[in-house]
Unconditional design. Structure first.
Length: 340
Protein backbone atom coordinates (compact mmCIF):
# COMPACT_ATOMS: atom_id res chain seq x y z
CA UNK A 1 0.00 0.00 0.00
CA UNK A 2 1.39 3.44 -0.97
CA UNK A 3 0.66 6.68 0.82
CA UNK A 4 -1.84 7.90 -1.78
CA UNK A 5 -3.96 4.76 -1.57
CA UNK A 6 -3.73 4.80 2.22
CA UNK A 7 -4.93 8.41 2.33
CA UNK A 8 -7.75 7.80 -0.15
CA UNK A 9 -9.10 4.79 1.76
CA UNK A 10 -8.98 6.46 5.19
CA UNK A 11 -9.82 10.08 4.34
CA UNK A 12 -13.56 9.64 4.84
CA UNK A 13 -13.29 8.55 8.47
CA UNK A 14 -10.67 11.23 9.20
CA UNK A 15 -12.93 13.93 7.79
CA UNK A 16 -15.84 12.65 9.87
CA UNK A 17 -13.69 12.70 13.00
CA UNK A 18 -12.54 16.25 12.21
CA UNK A 19 -16.18 17.32 11.93
CA UNK A 20 -17.09 15.70 15.26
CA UNK A 21 -14.17 17.41 16.97
CA UNK A 22 -15.21 20.74 15.49
CA UNK A 23 -18.86 20.23 16.46
CA UNK A 24 -17.90 19.33 20.03
CA UNK A 25 -16.09 22.65 20.50
CA UNK A 26 -14.21 21.23 23.47
CA UNK A 27 -17.28 19.65 25.11
CA UNK A 28 -18.05 16.08 23.97
CA UNK A 29 -21.50 16.12 25.62
CA UNK A 30 -22.60 18.41 22.78
CA UNK A 31 -22.39 15.42 20.43
CA UNK A 32 -25.08 13.44 22.24
CA UNK A 33 -24.89 9.77 23.16
CA UNK A 34 -24.48 8.43 19.64
CA UNK A 35 -21.95 11.11 18.78
CA UNK A 36 -19.80 10.31 21.82
CA UNK A 37 -19.70 6.61 20.92
CA UNK A 38 -18.93 7.46 17.28
CA UNK A 39 -16.16 9.80 18.44
CA UNK A 40 -14.57 6.95 20.40
CA UNK A 41 -14.77 4.54 17.46
CA UNK A 42 -13.31 7.02 14.98
CA UNK A 43 -10.59 8.01 17.43
CA UNK A 44 -9.55 4.39 17.76
CA UNK A 45 -9.34 4.02 13.98
CA UNK A 46 -7.37 7.24 13.59
CA UNK A 47 -4.95 6.22 16.37
CA UNK A 48 -4.31 2.92 14.60
CA UNK A 49 -3.86 4.75 11.28
CA UNK A 50 -1.35 7.11 12.90
CA UNK A 51 0.65 4.18 14.23
CA UNK A 52 0.66 2.59 10.77
CA UNK A 53 1.58 5.84 9.03
CA UNK A 54 4.52 6.45 11.35
CA UNK A 55 5.91 3.02 10.51
CA UNK A 56 5.33 2.98 6.75
CA UNK A 57 5.30 6.63 5.68
CA UNK A 58 7.63 8.56 8.01
CA UNK A 59 8.11 12.14 6.90
CA UNK A 60 4.94 12.23 4.78
CA UNK A 61 2.43 15.08 5.41
CA UNK A 62 -0.26 12.55 6.31
CA UNK A 63 1.62 11.75 9.54
CA UNK A 64 1.44 15.35 10.68
CA UNK A 65 -2.25 15.60 9.79
CA UNK A 66 -3.07 12.44 11.72
CA UNK A 67 -0.95 13.43 14.73
CA UNK A 68 -2.83 16.74 14.97
CA UNK A 69 -6.23 15.07 14.53
CA UNK A 70 -5.53 12.32 17.07
CA UNK A 71 -4.25 14.88 19.57
CA UNK A 72 -7.39 17.03 19.25
CA UNK A 73 -9.70 14.03 19.51
CA UNK A 74 -7.78 12.57 22.39
CA UNK A 75 -8.38 15.66 24.51
CA UNK A 76 -12.10 15.04 24.11
CA UNK A 77 -12.03 11.28 24.65
CA UNK A 78 -9.71 11.17 27.66
CA UNK A 79 -9.02 14.55 29.17
CA UNK A 80 -12.30 16.43 29.03
CA UNK A 81 -14.44 16.26 32.12
CA UNK A 82 -17.24 18.80 31.62
CA UNK A 83 -18.82 18.14 34.97
CA UNK A 84 -16.76 16.84 37.85
CA UNK A 85 -18.15 13.93 39.79
CA UNK A 86 -19.32 15.14 43.18
CA UNK A 87 -18.57 13.29 46.40
CA UNK A 88 -22.21 12.23 46.62
CA UNK A 89 -22.17 10.87 43.07
CA UNK A 90 -18.93 9.02 43.72
CA UNK A 91 -20.26 7.18 46.77
CA UNK A 92 -23.69 6.65 45.16
CA UNK A 93 -22.53 5.24 41.82
CA UNK A 94 -18.92 6.03 40.91
CA UNK A 95 -17.29 3.76 43.49
CA UNK A 96 -19.51 0.80 42.60
CA UNK A 97 -18.91 1.27 38.86
CA UNK A 98 -15.18 1.25 39.42
CA UNK A 99 -15.48 -2.13 41.16
CA UNK A 100 -17.40 -3.56 38.21
CA UNK A 101 -15.04 -2.22 35.56
CA UNK A 102 -12.62 -5.17 35.76
CA UNK A 103 -14.59 -8.34 36.66
CA UNK A 104 -11.78 -10.69 35.60
CA UNK A 105 -9.28 -8.98 37.87
CA UNK A 106 -11.84 -9.06 40.67
CA UNK A 107 -12.21 -12.81 40.23
CA UNK A 108 -8.42 -13.22 40.07
CA UNK A 109 -7.99 -11.31 43.33
CA UNK A 110 -10.65 -13.48 44.97
CA UNK A 111 -8.96 -16.64 43.68
CA UNK A 112 -5.56 -15.55 45.01
CA UNK A 113 -7.04 -15.34 48.48
CA UNK A 114 -9.74 -17.99 48.69
CA UNK A 115 -8.10 -20.85 46.79
CA UNK A 116 -5.14 -20.91 49.21
CA UNK A 117 -7.61 -20.55 52.08
CA UNK A 118 -9.46 -23.73 51.06
CA UNK A 119 -6.27 -25.68 50.38
CA UNK A 120 -4.62 -24.74 53.67
CA UNK A 121 -7.83 -25.37 55.61
CA UNK A 122 -7.81 -28.97 54.36
CA UNK A 123 -4.08 -29.32 55.02
CA UNK A 124 -4.29 -27.89 58.55
CA UNK A 125 -7.09 -30.32 59.38
CA UNK A 126 -4.98 -33.26 58.24
CA UNK A 127 -1.63 -32.13 59.68
CA UNK A 128 -2.34 -29.75 62.58
CA UNK A 129 1.12 -30.15 64.06
CA UNK A 130 2.85 -28.73 61.02
CA UNK A 131 0.15 -26.14 60.40
CA UNK A 132 0.36 -24.75 63.93
CA UNK A 133 3.86 -23.52 63.18
CA UNK A 134 2.48 -21.07 60.61
CA UNK A 135 -0.02 -19.47 62.97
CA UNK A 136 0.92 -16.45 65.12
CA UNK A 137 0.54 -17.09 68.84
CA UNK A 138 -2.42 -14.73 69.03
CA UNK A 139 -4.48 -17.16 66.93
CA UNK A 140 -3.55 -20.41 68.63
CA UNK A 141 -6.42 -20.07 71.09
CA UNK A 142 -8.65 -21.57 68.41
CA UNK A 143 -7.30 -24.97 69.43
CA UNK A 144 -8.44 -24.50 73.04
CA UNK A 145 -11.89 -25.58 74.26
CA UNK A 146 -14.42 -22.77 74.41
CA UNK A 147 -18.18 -22.70 74.89
CA UNK A 148 -19.97 -21.27 71.88
CA UNK A 149 -22.33 -18.37 72.47
CA UNK A 150 -20.26 -16.78 75.24
CA UNK A 151 -18.50 -13.46 74.78
CA UNK A 152 -14.84 -12.77 75.16
CA UNK A 153 -15.36 -10.88 78.38
CA UNK A 154 -14.15 -7.54 77.06
CA UNK A 155 -15.11 -4.28 78.76
CA UNK A 156 -16.60 -1.45 76.73
CA UNK A 157 -13.32 0.44 76.91
CA UNK A 158 -11.36 -2.56 75.71
CA UNK A 159 -13.84 -3.14 72.90
CA UNK A 160 -13.52 0.47 71.78
CA UNK A 161 -9.73 0.26 71.74
CA UNK A 162 -9.89 -3.07 69.94
CA UNK A 163 -12.24 -1.66 67.29
CA UNK A 164 -9.92 1.28 66.67
CA UNK A 165 -6.88 -0.97 66.38
CA UNK A 166 -8.70 -3.32 64.02
CA UNK A 167 -9.88 -0.47 61.78
CA UNK A 168 -6.38 0.97 61.50
CA UNK A 169 -4.94 -2.46 60.71
CA UNK A 170 -7.62 -3.24 58.10
CA UNK A 171 -7.11 0.09 56.36
CA UNK A 172 -3.33 -0.41 56.43
CA UNK A 173 -3.59 -3.87 54.88
CA UNK A 174 -5.98 -2.61 52.23
CA UNK A 175 -3.80 0.37 51.31
CA UNK A 176 -0.77 -1.90 51.00
CA UNK A 177 -2.75 -4.19 48.69
CA UNK A 178 -3.75 -1.16 46.58
CA UNK A 179 -0.26 0.33 46.44
CA UNK A 180 1.38 -3.07 45.99
CA UNK A 181 0.43 -2.99 42.34
CA UNK A 182 3.39 -0.71 41.68
CA UNK A 183 5.65 -3.71 42.40
CA UNK A 184 4.16 -5.37 39.30
CA UNK A 185 1.61 -7.01 41.59
CA UNK A 186 4.11 -9.00 43.66
CA UNK A 187 3.21 -7.29 46.94
CA UNK A 188 -0.51 -7.32 46.15
CA UNK A 189 -0.39 -11.05 45.42
CA UNK A 190 1.59 -11.68 48.60
CA UNK A 191 -0.99 -9.82 50.71
CA UNK A 192 -3.84 -11.82 49.20
CA UNK A 193 -2.01 -15.12 49.57
CA UNK A 194 -1.00 -14.37 53.17
CA UNK A 195 -4.54 -13.51 54.22
CA UNK A 196 -5.89 -16.59 52.49
CA UNK A 197 -3.32 -18.93 54.05
CA UNK A 198 -3.83 -17.45 57.52
CA UNK A 199 -7.59 -17.78 57.24
CA UNK A 200 -7.36 -21.36 56.01
CA UNK A 201 -4.81 -22.54 58.57
CA UNK A 202 -6.66 -21.01 61.52
CA UNK A 203 -9.94 -22.43 60.27
CA UNK A 204 -8.44 -25.87 59.76
CA UNK A 205 -6.90 -25.93 63.26
CA UNK A 206 -10.20 -24.81 64.77
CA UNK A 207 -12.12 -27.53 62.97
CA UNK A 208 -9.57 -30.16 63.99
CA UNK A 209 -9.87 -29.07 67.64
CA UNK A 210 -13.67 -29.26 67.52
CA UNK A 211 -14.01 -25.47 67.65
CA UNK A 212 -15.39 -25.03 64.17
CA UNK A 213 -18.62 -23.36 65.25
CA UNK A 214 -16.66 -21.07 67.58
CA UNK A 215 -14.29 -20.11 64.78
CA UNK A 216 -17.10 -19.20 62.42
CA UNK A 217 -18.86 -17.33 65.22
CA UNK A 218 -15.76 -15.16 65.69
CA UNK A 219 -15.19 -14.61 61.95
CA UNK A 220 -18.47 -14.46 60.09
CA UNK A 221 -19.99 -11.24 61.49
CA UNK A 222 -17.20 -9.00 60.24
CA UNK A 223 -15.32 -11.38 57.96
CA UNK A 224 -17.66 -11.36 54.96
CA UNK A 225 -17.41 -7.60 54.59
CA UNK A 226 -13.74 -7.40 55.54
CA UNK A 227 -12.68 -10.06 53.04
CA UNK A 228 -14.81 -8.37 50.39
CA UNK A 229 -12.92 -5.13 50.94
CA UNK A 230 -9.56 -6.88 50.77
CA UNK A 231 -10.61 -8.53 47.50
CA UNK A 232 -11.52 -5.14 46.02
CA UNK A 233 -8.19 -3.78 47.23
CA UNK A 234 -6.42 -6.67 45.52
CA UNK A 235 -8.31 -6.00 42.30
CA UNK A 236 -7.20 -2.35 42.35
CA UNK A 237 -3.61 -3.41 42.99
CA UNK A 238 -3.75 -5.82 40.06
CA UNK A 239 -5.08 -3.03 37.83
CA UNK A 240 -2.06 -0.94 38.74
CA UNK A 241 0.18 -3.94 38.14
CA UNK A 242 -1.29 -4.32 34.67
CA UNK A 243 -0.30 -0.75 33.84
CA UNK A 244 3.25 -1.45 35.03
CA UNK A 245 3.63 -4.71 33.11
CA UNK A 246 1.61 -4.05 29.94
CA UNK A 247 0.66 -0.39 29.44
CA UNK A 248 -0.53 -1.08 25.90
CA UNK A 249 -0.39 1.86 23.49
CA UNK A 250 -0.12 4.39 26.31
CA UNK A 251 3.18 5.54 27.70
CA UNK A 252 3.92 3.53 30.85
CA UNK A 253 3.99 6.63 33.03
CA UNK A 254 0.60 7.72 31.71
CA UNK A 255 -0.92 4.27 32.20
CA UNK A 256 0.40 4.08 35.77
CA UNK A 257 -0.91 7.56 36.57
CA UNK A 258 -4.39 6.68 35.27
CA UNK A 259 -4.60 3.40 37.18
CA UNK A 260 -3.10 4.94 40.32
CA UNK A 261 -5.88 7.51 40.31
CA UNK A 262 -8.46 4.74 40.04
CA UNK A 263 -6.76 2.84 42.89
CA UNK A 264 -6.83 5.89 45.15
CA UNK A 265 -10.51 6.42 44.42
CA UNK A 266 -11.23 2.78 45.21
CA UNK A 267 -9.28 3.14 48.44
CA UNK A 268 -11.32 6.16 49.45
CA UNK A 269 -14.57 4.36 48.65
CA UNK A 270 -13.56 1.22 50.51
CA UNK A 271 -12.37 2.96 53.69
CA UNK A 272 -15.88 3.57 55.16
CA UNK A 273 -16.74 -0.09 54.72
CA UNK A 274 -13.53 -1.09 56.49
CA UNK A 275 -14.64 1.14 59.37
CA UNK A 276 -17.96 -0.73 59.47
CA UNK A 277 -16.09 -4.07 59.47
CA UNK A 278 -13.79 -2.84 62.26
CA UNK A 279 -16.69 -1.66 64.42
CA UNK A 280 -18.41 -5.01 63.89
CA UNK A 281 -15.28 -6.92 64.82
CA UNK A 282 -14.67 -4.75 67.86
CA UNK A 283 -18.19 -4.70 69.31
CA UNK A 284 -20.38 -7.40 67.72
CA UNK A 285 -17.93 -10.27 67.35
CA UNK A 286 -16.77 -10.36 71.03
CA UNK A 287 -20.30 -9.94 72.42
CA UNK A 288 -21.18 -13.62 72.26
CA UNK A 289 -24.45 -13.34 70.34
CA UNK A 290 -23.98 -16.83 68.95
CA UNK A 291 -23.27 -18.32 65.55
CA UNK A 292 -26.76 -17.83 64.13
CA UNK A 293 -26.95 -14.13 64.98
CA UNK A 294 -23.41 -13.44 63.80
CA UNK A 295 -24.10 -15.28 60.56
CA UNK A 296 -27.16 -13.13 59.91
CA UNK A 297 -25.13 -9.99 60.58
CA UNK A 298 -22.24 -11.07 58.36
CA UNK A 299 -24.44 -12.19 55.48
CA UNK A 300 -26.46 -9.00 55.70
CA UNK A 301 -23.39 -6.78 55.53
CA UNK A 302 -21.89 -8.80 52.68
CA UNK A 303 -25.17 -8.85 50.76
CA UNK A 304 -25.56 -5.10 51.21
CA UNK A 305 -22.06 -4.46 49.85
CA UNK A 306 -22.25 -6.74 46.83
CA UNK A 307 -25.87 -5.80 46.22
CA UNK A 308 -24.74 -2.21 45.82
CA UNK A 309 -22.00 -3.37 43.43
CA UNK A 310 -24.62 -5.08 41.26
CA UNK A 311 -27.27 -2.36 41.54
CA UNK A 312 -25.34 0.90 41.66
CA UNK A 313 -22.40 -0.36 39.62
CA UNK A 314 -24.32 -0.75 36.38
CA UNK A 315 -23.08 1.26 33.43
CA UNK A 316 -25.17 4.31 32.56
CA UNK A 317 -27.76 3.85 29.85
CA UNK A 318 -26.96 5.33 26.43
CA UNK A 319 -29.38 8.17 27.14
CA UNK A 320 -27.22 9.18 30.09
CA UNK A 321 -23.99 9.18 28.10
CA UNK A 322 -24.96 12.28 26.21
CA UNK A 323 -25.63 14.17 29.43
CA UNK A 324 -22.27 13.32 30.92
CA UNK A 325 -19.15 11.71 29.59
CA UNK A 326 -17.81 9.28 32.18
CA UNK A 327 -14.09 9.46 33.03
CA UNK A 328 -13.74 5.92 31.77
CA UNK A 329 -15.33 6.69 28.37
CA UNK A 330 -12.29 5.24 26.65
CA UNK A 331 -13.00 1.87 28.19
CA UNK A 332 -16.70 2.06 27.19
CA UNK A 333 -15.82 2.88 23.59
CA UNK A 334 -13.07 0.28 23.40
CA UNK A 335 -10.52 3.00 22.66
CA UNK A 336 -6.81 2.25 22.47
CA UNK A 337 -4.19 4.90 22.98
CA UNK A 338 -1.92 5.74 20.05
CA UNK A 339 1.65 4.53 20.10
CA UNK A 340 4.09 7.20 21.17
Amino acid sequence: MNVDLFTTERDGSWTELEKLVADARGKPERLGAAGVLRLGALYRQAAADLSLARRRFPGEPVVGRLATLVGRARSLVYDSDPRRETIGEFFATGYWRRIRQRPRLLLLAAALMFVPAVLTLVWAGRDPGAAAGLVPSAYRSVTEPHRAGHGLGLSSGTSTALAGEIMVNNIRVTLVAFAGGITAGVLTGAILLFNGVLLGVVGGLALHAGNGSRFFELVVAHGVLELSCITVAGMAGLRLAGAVIAPGRRARSEAIAAEARQAVELALGTAPWLVVAGLTEGFITPAGFGLATNTVIGVTLGSLYWGLVVWRGRRPRPSEAGARLEPEVGAHAGVAEPAR
